[in-house]
Design a protein around this ligand. Sequence first.
Ligand SMILES: [Zn+2]
Ligand SMILES: [Zn+2]
Length: 241
Amino acid sequence: MGGFPSIKQLFLLLFKQFFPPACPLCSHTFPSGYTDVFCPSCQSGFKPLPEASCSLCSLPFAGKSNSSHLCGRCIKQLPAYRQVYAVGLYEQSLRHAIHQFKYNNKIGLDRSLGILLEQTVVSHLNIDLVVPVPLHRKRLQQRSYNQALLLAREFARIRNLPVARDLLLKVCETESQQGLSAKERVKNLLGVFKLQGVVSARTILLVDDVMTTGATVEACSQVLLAGGAEAVYIAVIGRAI
Ligand SMILES: [Zn+2]
Ligand SMILES: [Zn+2]
């Protein structure tokens, strides 16, 4: 309707005048009318997954190849989960954003990264429940928040889905997985995650910030499926190679 703006509209206009929308990562003011989540400069540093990547675990292939085949690791041992959705490669701006979010207390990035995650997971996927990859109690005390839970909450808020924050429990602290082979990583995670609750016949979206070999999401998926889940899909922000 035309006519005079409402008090709320006036307030919003004034608010925008004094606090113009800015990039949540670098704080640069957005150009007027800009609608993307991050500023053009940060956005240009986000590297999407190449067309040529594994259709199950999203591992990018070196060079150009047919996009619809599986990587060597998935052929050797099919993952327990159905598919991985990743916002982009764990490089440049996306890596920086995840670091700021995870280690530098920039918790407010959950909203922007959550929006990107939601845009990445196909809308026709029938998800019943969103589950974050858990942190061990000790790590949670150090960091004070679980970054995967914040992302899961944002995703679930946009899609209007329930989040099961304590469905999975990390019962032992694992040493850094760096330097271990994929096989060693899976072995290292045996018995580390426990299910506390019922998941019968539910399709689950398991959320984490970064996926490297996929050993963590694989271990969580196995526990969820053993507990009766119908299917597990994975959603991550960064796909590391
Ligand atoms: Zn920026
Ligand atoms: Zn694969």
